[in-house]
Ligand binder design. Structure first.
Ligand SMILES: [Zn+2]
Length: 357
């Protein structure tokens, strides 16, 4: 409330017609203010050894303490304590060495099921479905031509839910497969789909998927939910065919909205465990055998789809501020399995960062 009032005082009503999620990107000077605030927060928040951190936090029954999974650093910099409906609450720390943001204490992998109470399934349909499919379309377009033509290409959607993306993939001609941990979602997906197939369980449990040879693997809003990302990505890498790519859509830990709203940031949802950025996701990819990565900035779904019509000058300012801050609210990543993949898909507007050896 105070923040809205402050915004009103600073900017008047001029930006009231801009959707709430985009105002931070279009109000003059706001990017610089938020970036200075963020630097000040990082400078002033204490950094402590893990042992000391463990003493000040209570450990829930399904939880465990972690060190940084990206670089191994054990020291902790507590930053956020998001809360939400039904009383959930967790702590988010920053790794003082590599900047990775993660929930700590985190959830023990074997207790992950406890997070997904019944009802998660119905959350995945309805109005949400239409917005979802629009988001898939926009992201595929951002990485064109990788997803333009699926004929004779194998695709795996990891965490395929009720099959909303697989439906698009089969329409584009992909030989598409999905896996998901929710049996209800898998059943619902298989009703929806004609050629694509989804399975319940982990990839290694399903012979059609364990065989590998995938040209494309997709992770739609899945990465932030993985408690053991290094293990999972090692598996994804082995499932990719030569020349294969992995697509990731996840919340962006460098989002200007996180810098603006802190605990109230939309990326802090009940089931998110880890928060990646263009600075930390390359570590994950390099350590699990990928050859390179490219990013496509996210300007906001309604803006990109044209359903929010901003005046020309504001649209230009939004694009500029997203790009200068690397601070879109979502992060879109294309990971290349090997040099062959970079050679085949790395051209055009995509800038590929190679990891080297
Ligand atoms: Zn780290």
């Amino acid at each position: 409330m105070t923040k809205r009032l402050l915004g009103r005082l600073m900017y008047g009503k001029r930006y009231n017609r801009v959707p709430w999620g985009q105002r931070v990107y279009v109000r003059p000077g706001e990017r610089l203010i938020r970036e200075v605030q963020w630097k000040r927060l990082i400078r002033s928040a204490p950094i402590m050894p893990l042992a000391e951190y463990e003493r000040i936090r209570e450990l829930g029954e399904i939880e465990e303490f972690l060190s940084c999974m990206m670089c191994g650093e054990s020291r902790q910099q507590p930053l956020f304590e998001p809360t939400g409906g039904n009383g959930w609450r967790y702590h988010v720390v920053r790794c003082p060495s590599c900047g990775f943001l993660y929930r700590n204490p985190n959830v023990r992998p074997e207790r992950l099921g406890d997070l997904y109470a019944t009802g998660y399934n119905s959350f995945l349909t309805g109005k949400y479905a239409a917005n979802r499919q629009r988001r898939y379309d926009l992201t595929m377009k951002a990485f064109s031509p990788v997803f333009d033509e699926g004929k004779e290409r194998r695709l795996l959607d990891f965490g395929s839910g009720v099959g909303l993306f697989l439906e698009l993939a089969e329409q584009r001609g992909f030989e598409a497969f999905g896996v998901d941990l929710s049996p209800e979602s898998v059943a619902q997906a298989n009703e929806r789909l004609s050629r694509a197939k989804t399975f319940h369980g982990a990839p290694e449990d399903v012979p059609e998927i364990a065989a590998g040879g995938f040209d494309v693997i997709t992770l739609w809003s899945v990465l932030a939910h993985l408690p053991r990302p290094l293990d999972d990505f090692t598996k994804f890498r082995s499932l990719l065919a030569p020349g294969g790519v992995l697509l990731i859509l996840t919340v962006n830990a460098r989002s200007l909205l996180l810098k603006a709203y802190g605990n109230a940031w939309s990326g802090f949802t009940k089931n998110h465990l880890m928060f990646y950025s263009s600075q930390t996701v390359p570590t994950l990819l390099r350590r699990t055998g990928f050859a390179g990565v490219a990013f496509a900035p996210h300007y906001g779904d309604t803006i990109e789809a044209g359903t929010t019509a901003l005046p020309q000058d504001l649209r230009r300012r939004l694009r500029r501020n997203v790009e200068l801050s690397d601070g879109g609210n979502m992060m879109r990543v294309l990971a290349f399995a090997d040099e062959e993949a970079i050679g085949r898909w790395g051209g055009g507007p995509l800038t590929v960062h190679r990891f080297g050896t």
